[in-house]
Design a protein around this ligand. Structure first.
Ligand code: SF4
Length: 576
């Protein structure tokens, strides 16, 4: 941008100095993107990525079911990170480098395989989430464009769908039709991706035949992706559609039919129930004492399963931990919750307006109240529907097997005293709140927060966590900055903290075992006689004050033995 010299000191005009030539102001203009139109759909491959493999595989299936050709950009690695640094701006947060570089790397791969840059630009588009906001997420789109230009793919198209715009991003001629079918398909695929991931992390540390759950999940991913691909999206037929359109009732009727179908169909629960039967067959050993580690942090860093977070999840499992990963469902509930909070805060004062008073402007005030109530009611319904659908899918894998979605109001209540819940951007107050929630509710022995290098909101919450750890003395909390390099250093810090979590888990187990008044051999012998207790989906009640799976299990086995009147062995009886 150049300076407008005409706005400078007017005395300059009367000075003896020669007049400078006038320069016109050149504002920055966003480059015009070549559109991706509906007629290009049959030959255009839509690329996307940035989540876990389960989510991505299912989203691919959902998109194919909606009639798109699509492909997944693989999980970013260190090479992608380096490309992001090479072609992008300096001073970005770590996920920007990884994701932007990853796209460049993928396109370079296509080129190596023989496609020209023009063919790539004409036959591929990349779709990604966008948002405006205080953190760098709002800059991703610009970063993609810059890196693409610098790497020679300036004609390549990046399409954004705005997280905050809800269901109304339709454009009749647009290539990606972001209508209700699209959002429901995304929702179903992301929810089922959450379930597959979680069940894997629950079973893997305890399975007696290593690799068995991964094998089942590989097949499950394919069968669910096929279910999503072959789902028949409801349509009213051309004639009915025409009549409803002429009566201007089409949109409402279409929404109602689709929502009703989503709420009543058992299409996906049936598919999940088949998977449940396979998982239920897997044998596990719940006597293995393992520290439970909850992962929190920035959205991308806590989600990706690759170099972006130093391959933290497999590392923790190799080190003998049980990992609780974060479902994307929490993020969706968080966005609804934040939106409601914004509605409340801005009631009647949007766009610089002032709140009309009941006495002087009763009609205007009544209108404000009515609009506010309508909006809040819509959000309440969205919240209820989402959590109902989520729970419905969870229960298809077995009621009580997976963790419930954490209540956003409780998270707000816990986190707000340390991190203002109105401070938006990134994970906002969630990082702090989840640390308190999982540590104080007896769910995890240790919390690891994965924080990308250069992440603004995460850096802020780091400051707040100092106060949190001061107040919750027993908590084992470890922030890990993920910078793309320094994996060995990060792993060794995790190993040290994990040592403490392991001690905590072992102590807890020893206390619970001694409470039972039985020996471990006695309990094991009972379980051997009751093979249903060795099955992966056998429900072990979780006590509020007991964290570890093995500790809860010994209490449960002993309780069953008491109920059945199984006699104590003489040695155990003497010890009791
Ligand atoms: S939350 Fe942090 S890491 Fe994520 S986009 Fe924003 S600034 Fe970057």
């Amino acid at each position: 941008m150049t300076l407008d010299t005409t706005t400078m000191d007017p005395r300059a005009a009367h000075s003896a100095a020669p007049a400078r030539p006038k320069k016109s102001i050149q504002h920055f203009k966003r480059p015009v993107e070549r559109p991706f139109t509906r007629d290009q759909r049959p030959y255009t491959t839509v690329l996307f990525g940035g989540l876990t493999w389960s989510h991505e595989r299912l989203i691919k299936g959902a998109w194919e079911g909606l009639g798109y050709k699509c492909d997944v950009v693989p999980t970013p690695d260190v090479k992608a990170f380096q490309l992001g640094k090479e072609y992008g701006n300096n001073g970005q947060c770590n996920p920007t480098y990884f994701t932007v570089g990853n796209l460049v790397q993928y396109l370079q791969g296509l080129e190596k395989n023989g496609l020209s840059r023009k063919e790539i630009a004409d036959n591929y588009v990349f779709i990604t989430a966008g948002a405006c906001g205080p953190c760098r997420f709002g800059m991703y789109e610009a970063e993609y464009r810059l890196a693409l230009r610098n790497s020679g793919f300036e004609d390549f198209r990046v399409i954004l769908f705005q997280q905050s715009k809800g269901l109304s991003q339709e454009d009749v001629n647009a290539g990606p039709e972001m209508n209700l079918d699209f959002f429901l398909a995304m929702l179903n695929s992301m929810n089922m991706g959450d379930m597959l991931n979680e069940i894997g992390y629950l079973v893997r540390p305890y399975e007696t035949e290593p690799g068995r759950i991964n094998q089942v999940l590989d097949e499950a991913r394919e069968s669910l992706a096929n279910a999503l691909k072959s789902e028949r999206h409801s349509s009213m037929g051309d004639r009915v559609e025409k009549i409803l359109r002429s009566a201007k009732l089409y949109n409402k009727a279409d929404y109602t039919v689709k929502f009703a179908r989503q709420l009543t169909t058992s299409y996906y629960t049936d598919a999940l129930e088949k998977i449940r039967d396979q998982i239920a067959d897997i044998e596990v050993d719940r006597f293995r004492v393992k520290p439970v580690v909850k992962i929190t942090g920035e959205f991308w860093a806590q989600t990706t399963d690759g170099d972006g977070n130093y391959n933290m999840f497999p590392f923790l499992e190799r080190e003998g931990a049980e990992v609780i990963v974060e479902p994307i469902g929490t993020w969706i509930m968080y966005m609804i919750h934040q939106f409601k909070q914004k509605l409340r805060d801005r009631k009647g004062i949007e766009e610089g307006g002032t709140m009309p008073s009941w006495t002087r402007e009763p009609v205007r005030r009544a209108k404000v109240e009515a609009t506010f109530r309508k909006r809040i009611a819509r959000m309440n319904i969205a919240e209820k529907i989402f959590s109902r659908e989520y729970t419905k899918l969870q229960h298809a894998l077995g009621a009580g097997v997976l963790h419930e979605l954490v209540c956003q109001y409780e998270l707000q209540r816990m986190g707000h005293p340390y991190y203002n819940s109105r401070a938006a951007g990134g994970e906002g107050h969630l990082e702090v709140a989840k640390n308190i929630y999982y540590s104080s509710k007896g769910i995890a022995h240790m919390v690891i927060s994965l924080k990308p290098f250069g992440c603004m909101p995460s850096t802020q919450s780091d400051g707040a966590q100092a106060a949190v750890t001061e107040h919750y003395k027993d908590m084992i909390y470890l922030p890990i900055e993920t910078s793309g390099e320094g994996e060995i250093n990060a792993h060794s810090r995790v190993q040290m903290a994990l040592g403490n979590a392991r001690i905590k888990a072992k102590q807890e187990f020893a206390e619970c075992l001694s409470k039972t008044g039985r020996t471990l051999d006695e309990l094991k012998a009972y379980v051997n006689e009751h093979p249903e207790m060795k099955k992966a989906l056998y429900l072990v009640p979780k006590r509020d004050d007991v964290i570890g799976k093995a500790a809860n299990f010994v209490l449960h086995v002993a309780e069953r033995m008491e109920k059945e009147g199984v006699a104590h062995t003489p040695k155990a009886a003497a010890a009791a």
